[in-house]
Design a protein around this ligand. Sequence first.
Ligand code: FES
Length: 105
Amino acid sequence: IQVTFITREGQALEVAAAEGASLMETAVRNGVAGIEAECGGACSCATCHVYVEPQWREKVGEANAMESDMLDMAYEVAPNSRLACQIRISPELDGLTVRLPMRQV
Ligand code: FES
């Protein structure tokens, strides 16, 4: 399963993702800069904020209530904002592309 992170500088980083891992873990394991993930994936820090590319929004789905509340803490939240620790990698997400925000919180 391949996923792509578009960095703040606009560079596309394609990395291999393991099924069942979170998108946040995938970023951290691959040394993708810009995901801080201070809480380690507990949905309580909002420093794993990403923007899901429009064509992927439906497949990725919407944030649940707890995630939406936490997203309020993030910097420049948009309708396609998600917390990467709450996105679970599955084969359906092969090719997923997300953009990193200019900064976390
Ligand atoms: Fe803390 Fe995602 S890693 S909210």
